[in-house]
Unconditional design. Structure first.
Length: 97
């Protein structure tokens, strides 16, 4: 189960998301600029929302009301960036590691 509830303002842009997935996988889709990457960054711990709660398989990643905010490395979220962020001198396996 994945539960995401968050509000985040980034300059003039703001995201307000509330969703719950019963399965182990969640897909986000929408037009460019809708906030998909911002939501992923919040789940991964790369962006801290103004307020929110994120629970994955019973583990609370974030609960701003309770003062819980796991570090990105403790969340164990796999993230493949959309932009090119590979080291050209390394092979695929080395880049992933």
């Amino acid at each position: 189960m994945i539960e995401i509830q968050a509000r985040c303002r980034l300059g003039a842009f703001s995201v307000d998301v509330a969703l719950k997935s019963r399965g182990p996988t969640l897909a986000l889709f929408g037009p460019s600029g809708a906030g998909k990457t911002t939501v992923l960054n919040i789940v991964a711990g790369l962006t801290r929302p103004d307020e929110g709660r994120i629970v994955v398989d019973g583990v609370t990643f974030l609960d701003t009301a309770a003062g819980v905010d796991l570090a990105p490395r403790q969340r164990r979220v796999g993230y493949v960036f959309q932009e090119l962020r590979l080291f050209p001198h390394l092979r695929v396996e080395a880049n992933l590691l």
